[in-house]
Ligand binder design. Sequence first.
Ligand SMILES: Cc1ncc(COP(=O)(O)O)c(C=O)c1O
Length: 375
Amino acid sequence: MRPLDPPKRLLLGPGPSMVAPRVYQAMSKPVVGYLDPYCFQVIEEIQAGLRNVFGTKNELTIPISGTGSAGMETAVANFAEPGEKFAVFVNGFFSERINEMARRQGAQIVRLEKPWGEIFDDAEAREFIQRERPRVVAYVQAETSTGAFQPGKAICEAAHEADALVIADCVTSLGGMPVEVDATGIDIAYSCSQKCLSCPPGLSPVTVSPRAWKRLESRTTPVQSWYLDLKLLEAYYKGHKYHHTVPISMLYALHEGLSLVEEEGLEKRWERHRRNHLALVAALEKMGLAMHVAQGRRLWTLNTPRVPHGIDDMNIRKRLLDGHGIEILGGFGPLAGKVFRIGLMGSSSTEENVALLADALGKALAAERSQAARS
Ligand SMILES: Cc1ncc(COP(=O)(O)O)c(C=O)c1O
């Protein structure tokens, strides 16, 4: 085998984002066993750091071993029950994935749909929940396929009035913009390590409210997934009983990523993401690109400018990657070929990266246009 020699990339796509150098250093520290007191010390500090970024006091706040989809599956597998009503707000790719996971759990799915890039207003969210009276409601707070932010307060209030639990996907918001689990009323939230927390992919932070834990304790059917069964996981994280061999080097990474958040200050970090998002939008609009998502509903972490008429987004992405080492991605599903997806997350969200991307994208668009004019 040849020695590893990954190409130098500037990761400005929908994730993974750039890994902080201190995180790489943390990952090279010696491995300890999963029952070592040091391992539990690291886990406890991670739990405190996660409570801070999630904005919660939830005791059950843990890093699930696996990527963001493992967090999603933990939320769905533990709280969707066969035959019970599971409501999904569907306005993008990842809410469709939640739907699919709940379907596989045998839940009775009910959906409220919107075109990709739009969000649900308070009145329609409430009306849907009051009409359906589901046991669980799920929505995507930060929809990476569209760039839209879905507020959750009205959803959570209506759900709680109907005695339903609320699951929120915070994969593209955690550490980059306010998630506010407790203030919003979210019962189960999950995220990932590879976006705004500046770590590699591999862990999925999950938090569970006391109300949701009570529901779990009264559950009559076994959770179908052994690996993601929260009661079994709690016996490890709280009771220190073996469940599975936790990926300690990834825990070191997350610990360092959360230390970076603490040192920067969470609110300052949000402000950095907001500022760089606004600077990017201004630069894109100056280039003549329109944003897909309406102002005030946009993520600060993932930007979706529309692909200009007559331009093939694949060609632009290839020019950025081959000519500048910059990764951005395009849209998919109904947005295929219609938007670029540009991430400014964690360590990737810098003024310098905004300027680099704007310059490279401007050149790539100009080169494409002059090539089209010649042929
Ligand atoms: C909103 C959202 N949910 C879930 C996921 C799934 O995460 P992963 O690809 O880390 O499994 C992603 C991945 O980008 C995402 O953006």
